[in-house]
Design a protein around this ligand. Structure first.
Ligand SMILES: *Cc1c(COP(=O)(O)O)cnc(C)c1O
Length: 349
């Protein structure tokens, strides 16, 4: 099976497992795990932040950030397609008592004018706007990269109104590699950053939340409260550290593979995709022209050895990652072609 369902399916390589097996460990709840500490230091250097915290997941990193930035009843501005709005189980409401103001951005990216229009007046009828959250790259937006200028403009307006700015940079390294803008430059305009190691970076577990000392001190308290404080976590931190050292530059291959897949799919009758929209490792395309729903399309494609995901009635997503090669992508494109030919003939493989 060529698995393009997500970049979360990547498996730790033998070299990564070796690094994990050899990791020096201690009680990280007491700051005594040398590998966790090394990872946190490496992330601070990478992002240009004072402090960072190794956590079990990017969901927890985002939710801790929201908890630290907001008080119950506060409102968070984010794009309407954000991960934190759709895929974190309603946690901003459940864990922080925060409401969300969804901006209808352009492929997950919004402007300072959008933020200005979303900020509530100081009036007891309204929730209190407290935080702006951006997602970079933006998953449902299409693996979209935030232009640095737009991020800085959004951050400027947020600062002017005394709002915090959080960046869900679960795939920040994809944005950095594809744009040539460093993770540090992207992190400068924001107060807190989530980075995920278990997506395209290929580690089995882990994420990090970074910010200034005061922010991370509070975040550490939430980590304890949410049950995310770990013990000999160096074993998994070693996988994350290995990923940062070995799997960042190669993300460019995933991006090239995604573009190649989009170009091949664009040749297929009934598939609507614009290869120019593919900025990183995600290919979103519409299949209504094939006469199939997205679910029918992905179900049938499985019989041809390729797994993709569907996100609405007619929208399919394919994600490239370190466990799929250029040859796999060419094979996946051939499989789609054959499936469509067979479907048109009314037969099934
Ligand atoms: C996957 C993802 C998360 C959550 O990551 P987990 O480590 O699976 O909890 C958060 N934000 C975005 C944009 C993601 O893609």
């Amino acid at each position: 099976m060529i698995d393009l369902i997500s970049d979360t399916v990547t498996l730790p390589t033998p070299e990564m497992r070796k690094a994990m097996a050899k990791a020096e460990v201690g009680d990280s709840q007491h700051g005594e795990d040398p590998t966790v500490n090394r990872l946190q230091d490496a992330v601070c250097a990478l992002l240009g932040k004072d402090s960072s915290l190794f956590l079990p997941s990017a969901t927890m990193a985002n939710e801790i950030a929201f908890k630290v930035h907001t008080r119950p009843g506060d409102e968070i501005i984010m794009d309407w397609l954000s991960h934190a709005l759709h895929f974190e189980g309603g946690a901003p409401a459940l864990l922080s008592g925060a409401t969300i103001y969804p901006i209808h951005g352009e492929r997950g990216v919004f402007t300072e004018e959008d933020v200005l229009a979303a900020i509530r007046p100081d009036d007891p009828h309204f929730p209190r706007t407290r935080l702006v959250s951006v997602e970079n790259t933006h998953n449902l937006g299409g693996g979209t990269i935030w232009p640095l200028g737009k991020l800085m403009a959004v951050s400027d307006i947020a600062r002017r109104f005394g709002l915090g700015v959080h960046m869900d940079g679960s795939r920040l390294m994809n944005a950095a590699v594809a744009s040539g803008i460093s993770a540090r430059e992207y992190s400068y305009p924001v107060d807190s950053v989530t980075l995920c190691f278990s997506k395209g970076l290929g580690a089995p577990v882990g994420a990090v939340l970074a910010g200034n000392k005061e922010f991370v001190k509070e975040a550490r308290r939430c980590q304890q409260v949410f049950g995310g404080a770990m013990r000999q976590a160096g074993i998994i931190a070693a996988g994350a550290l290995y990923a940062l050292q070995h799997n960042v530059d190669r993300l460019a291959e995933d991006h090239a593979n995604a573009r190649l897949l989009a170009e091949r799919l664009a040749d297929e009758e009934g598939i609507d995709v614009n290869p120019a929209d593919v900025e990183t490792n995600m290919v979103f395309f519409h299949v209504d022209g094939t006469g199939m729903t997205a679910q029918e399309f992905t179900d049938r494609l499985k019989d041809y050895g390729v797994r993709m995901g569907y996100y609405s009635g007619e929208r399919v997503r394919a994600v490239t990652h370190l466990d799929v090669s250029r040859a796999d992508i060419l094979e996946a494109a051939r499989a789609v072609h054959q499936m469509l030919v067979d479907a048109r003939l009314g037969s099934r493989a």
